[in-house]
Design a protein around this ligand. Structure first.
Ligand code: ZN
Length: 338
């Protein structure tokens, strides 16, 4: 053990005592895509006690450019990411108890999956899950490390329950459906993933050894070579619905996207988590190159990969070509956003 972690123990902020705390820790990683594959490998090599990684998706060829744990064989076999990651991480460090969970994290299962964790790391690709994690983290007083990347740009922040602002303090306004870029529309470079994951893991280790990360939001663009930190020390809102008033709407399922199977049509309807208006012009412009778009004043039709996604002005969407909720949600996140 001493030899394995000797270089980390030599780092004075960790030392022998810090390594023992790291070894005793339980971390949950939600989402094992780009950020998750990179951060899970570093956490495993660092020698945490237990890593639970949760993911709803399968490995595809288009993942390989940035999702560093996966190989061509995994993509050809279409294996679940959580299962592949579990196997590879166990081979990297048998000291760590690694558990891969093939599920979509929802208000109904988050308590079961995250109950005993000291820390949650964000490897998700959508805001609904992040707000759910935020509710859970504030309620249970568990820190969580936000990370997000698109194109060459990334953002990260260490949320520390009841010490720092929470996600709801920072993003009070509902995001308009379809106006945010996702990595399926704007692309993504592997280097920004590694930078953001590196920050997430460094702040995780800091928390695990008992120190507090700075309350600063990190923003980096690896293409332009620019970065900045924005202080969030005064961002905590006493009137915040979540950390101020302790109303956990996401955790109680009130904000859950209402999914309905449309009988006999092989289709799923998804309602947005909050009232919103769809910006058809923005969405069609964003998806112009990656899908076939049909547009009228009532709806926007996106045809891609054998599916048809119909988006209505009220943010409601019908996804044809599947009756599986998890698949429909993944398509919604991929093409409409959050
Ligand atoms: Zn808050």
């Amino acid at each position: 053990m001493t030899d394995r972690y000797s270089r980390q123990i030599l780092f004075s902020a960790i030392g022998e005592a810090g390594q023992k705390r790291i070894k005793a820790s339980k971390v949950v990683l939600v989402g094992c895509g780009a950020l998750g594959t990179v951060s899970s490998e570093m956490l495993t090599r660092a020698g945490i006690g237990k890593l639970t990684l949760i993911d709803r998706d399968f490995v595809e060829e288009s993942n390989l450019q940035r999702q560093s744990l996966f190989t061509e064989k995994d993509a050809h076999q279409g294996l679940p990411k959580a299962a592949v990651a579990e196997r590879k991480l166990r081979a990297i460090n048998s000291d760590v108890e690694v558990e891969g969970v093939i599920e979509d994290v929802t208000w109904e299962n988050i308590d079961r999956l995250c109950r005993d964790s000291d820390l949650i790391v964000d490897g998700t690709d959508n805001f609904e899950t992040r707000f759910l994690i935020n509710d859970f983290a504030v309620k249970k007083e568990v820190p969580w490390i936000y990370g997000a990347c698109v194109g060459s740009y990334g953002v990260a922040f260490a949320f520390q329950a009841n010490r720092s602002a929470c996600l709801q303090c920072l993003f009070e306004q509902p995001t308009d459906v379809g106006t945010t870029e996702t990595c399926d529309t704007a692309g993504i470079l592997a280097p920004i993933v590694h930078v953001i994951a590196a920050f997430q893991v460094a702040q995780s280790l800091k928390l695990l050894v008992g120190e507090y990360p700075p309350q600063e939001i990190l923003q980096i663009d690896v293409w332009t070579g620019t970065w900045q930190t924005i202080t969030a020390e005064k961002a905590r809102n006493q009137q915040c619905r979540c950390c101020g008033k302790h109303q956990f709407h996401f955790l109680e399922g009130q904000e859950h996207k209402r999914l309905t199977r449309l009988c006999g049509r092989n289709a799923v309807q998804i309602s947005p988590p909050r009232p919103t208006r769809s910006d058809f012009q923005k969405i069609s412009k964003r998806l112009d190159k990656s899908a076939q778009i049909d547009l009228n004043e009532y709806l926007l039709k996106i045809r891609v990969d054998g599916y048809e996604i119909v988006l209505f002005t009220d943010g409601r969407s019908i996804i044809r070509g599947t009756d599986d909720f998890t698949e429909a949600r993944a398509l919604y996140a991929k093409y409409i956003g959050n």
